[in-house]
Design a protein around this ligand. Sequence first.
Ligand code: NDP
Length: 237
Amino acid sequence: MADFQGKSVLVLGGSRGIGAAIVRRFAADGASVTFTYAGSQDAAERLAAETGTTAVMTDSADRDAVIARVRESGPLDVLVVNAGVGAFGDPLEQDPDAVDRLIRINVNAPYHAAVEAARRMPEGGRIIVIGSVNGDRIPFPGLSAYAMSKSALQGMARGLARDFGPRGITVNVVQPGPIDTDLNPADGPMRDIQHAVMALKRHGRPEDVAGMVAWLAGPEASFVTGAMHTIDGGFGA
Ligand code: NDP
């Protein structure tokens, strides 16, 4: 377990699910943590009170709000961009506004947040984005827009790793497979179809992903950058 005493961490999208586990993990490891939420004010306030962290309302669909939040929270030692949404279904039937909103939250916000964070991030800083194994593998129909958004993060991380590497800042993507959250409950309708393609026939836990994020943010990962880190129970194997 890394010691994050004295480290300033911002988690975009920390009120529920994987983001909440990341907030808990960094708080338990001693960091000073701020996290954003959009719709889940009650959950965010409960988590902040429980963990001694700071919750702030910032809609990741609003580029200027995201940039302002990162600026106000900085300088950051660690930025984690977790906020993400799905827009699943037949692309011929999908609402184009829903697809564009997904792109704003899943792609535009991570990019602008990462760039803004890097302006004042010190040497040793870490930028970690939550992608998806669907950035690599799409074994079912109905995932095109979501997969597109998660693949975009791969190019972003590779590029920004080059841009910020000379300053000692690393940029990485964590790519979960099925994780038991509101977005993808372990007892939900996709359970059997997902488990059928997995080596480990179960959902992962948000804490599993938080552990990988903490490792990437810690000293053991100082030579790791521009890379995709898949944690998927063998979904993509
Ligand atoms: P949840 O739906 O359970 O939680 C999503 C979190 O993101 C919430 O805290 C939510 O906050 C926040 N969020 C969503 N939209 C916005 C927004 N516009 N502005 C600010 N915050 C927002 O999802 P998961 O925990 O499952 O997913 C987290 C990340 O992991 C996502 O990027 C997702 O794509 C990725 N992922 C998840 C997998 C899974 O199986 N669960 C698999 C692969 C990747 P609020 O409720 O306050 O709006």
